[in-house]
Ligand binder design. Structure first.
Ligand code: PNS
Length: 157
C-alpha cells in the first residue's frame, strides 16, 4: 500500500518525523509531499524544506520526498497512491482534518488514514517551532537534530 503524507513542513518537526517513521513500518511506500503555495511567503524556501525532509528521512528506504503545487487529489491520482496519510494531535486537528478528508474524498481520494501523535510530540507544531527559532530558543527540542542548525539560521535571516 502506498500513501501520501502531505504538508507545508515549515519547518519539518520531530512530530512529522515520528509519523513518517511509524508509517514506513506500516506501508510499502510513504511519499512525503511538500505542498507548495506560491501565494504564501515562507522564510524557508521550497528547496530548503525538500532538502531538510530528505536529510531527515535519508535512512528510511521506503520514503520518497517530492514537491507539488497543485491539488493533493490530483497528485494522489498521478502517483497512484492508495490513501492520504495525516498525523492527528488533538480534537482541533480532527475537526480540521475531517473536513479536508471529506473534500479530498469528493475530489477522488476515497480514504485519509490518521496516525495519532505520540504524547511526547503533541505540543509541537511547525508554527511553534518557527516561533522558537525566530526568538533564538532551543530549536533542537522541536525539530530533528540533523536540521536544527539550518532551521535556526533560516529563521534568523
Ligand atoms: O502542513 P499543513 O499546512 O497543515 O498542510 C496543509 C496541506 C498542504 C496538506 C493542504 O493545504 C493541502 O492539501 N494543500 C494542497 C491543495 C489542496 O489539495 N487543497 C484542498 C485540500 S482539501
Amino acid at each position: 500500500m502506498k500513501v501520501i503524507y502531505p504538508g507545508s513542513f515549515h519547518p519539518p518537526t520531530l512530530g512529522h518525523l515520528d509519523i513518517i517513521r511509524r508509517a514506513s513500518t506500516l506501508f510499502d511506500e510513504v511519499i512525503v509531499a511538500v505542498m507548495l503555495n506560491p501565494d504564501k511567503h515562507y522564510l524557508l524556501t521550497d528547496e530548503d524544506r525538500i532538502c531538510m525532509l530528505r536529510e531527515c528521512t535519508r535512512e528510511i528506504k521506503n520514503v520518497r520526498v517530492i514537491a507539488d503545487e497543485g491539488l493533493l487529489a490530483d497528485l494522489c491520482a498521478r502517483e497512484k497512491a492508495d490513501a492520504i496519510l495525516k498525523g492527528l494531535r488533538d480534537a482541533a486537528d480532527y475537526t480540521y482534518e475531517a473536513q479536508m478528508a471529506e473534500a479530498n474524498r469528493v475530489l477522488g481520494v476515497p480514504e485519509t488514514i490518521y496516525i495519532t501523535s505520540a504524547p511526547e510530540y503533541r505540543h509541537i507544531s511547525s508554527t511553534i517551532a518557527s516561533d522558537v527559532a525566530r526568538h533564538g530558543g532551543n530549536i533542537a527540542l522541536f525539530v530533528p537534530e540533523v536540521i536544527a542548525e539550518s532551521v535556526g539560521k533560516a529563521f534568523k535571516r
